[in-house]
Write a protein that binds this ligand. Sequence first.
Ligand code: SAH
Length: 337
Amino acid sequence: MSNPLENIIRELITYNGSLSVAAYWSLCLSHPEHGYYMNRDPLGAQGDFTTAPEISQLFGEMVGIWIAERWHEMGQPEAFYLVECGPGRGTLMADVLRVAKILPDFLRAIQIHLVEMSPSLRAKQGEALKGHQLVWHEDISTLPNNLPIIFIGNEFLDALPVHQYVFQDGKWFERMVGLDVYKNLSWGLLPSGMDFGHSPEAGAVLEISPAREDFMADIAGRIGSQGGAGLFIDYGYDQSGYGDTLQAVKDHHYADILKDCGEADITSHVDFGRLSEIVRTEKLAVRLSGQGEFLKRLGIEIRAEQLAQKSDSISSGLHRLIDDAEMGKLFRVMEIK
Ligand code: SAH
């Protein structure tokens, strides 16, 4: 049996032709009624995937320290915007604000803005951050521009869609979602007319994300003009390259991208190399590191030792966050200053 979103997508394809991977992805994640993120909480053991802030409070505490350092470097302004993109359950922000209590002037300076498209997750965030003044935005275009601004985003960039191009017969084709003779969703290729200035081996896949690139250009523009910093964490790679990294995840397992539309998360690895180039054109500094290295630099091991006396889950959480075989290396941290 097909689900309601699949029927909508079929109809779209029947009348308008096949969809790019990016268009299909956007419908699956953010269709106003049936989109994956719109009416569920996908996080945690009961959900489809677990993220760093949900693994351990240590993660958000270290992000809090990083933000406090940037605030110091900025000359301790009396007020600044702290913007979280895709705050999920609000756990990361709650941990950041708990740490911020140590520095009352810092805590007082924070004006929280949340960029979140999902009504159900907005409700969760409101609960997790009760007692704090919160302003929500559908996207970053409506953020105010009169104060310094610090952006954070964990596993946000990977939710923004990519196009996929495949090199065949000396040309680039775009990978599309169409219908087979039985009207089932199926993969196809269309001549793209694109020229990326290089000719790889046949079958090479290139993932390009105008959504991520535009987002990063806007972020960099704002940091450049308002002052501030940015911190984005996601699985990805530091150097642009070829490869098909598109994936769907449901119930903590990989799922078929063309099945169960709107019921699985769709992501791909983030090309931090490309995004860094964009940020550098704004004359900002970028540093890329593994999550393990980044968290250790901020003192996560010392903090874990303090807390370990209270609970065992602290050391297992620490291991998952920083070990090279776990999230320590595949997860990349992009610091923008
Ligand atoms: N940062 C959280 C949640 C990650 S899941 C954590 O680490 O646990 C991705 C989050 O981004 C969700 O809150 C989702 O609703 C939000 N999101 C995804 N795409 C978005 C978009 N295009 N605009 C605004 N929010 C989006």
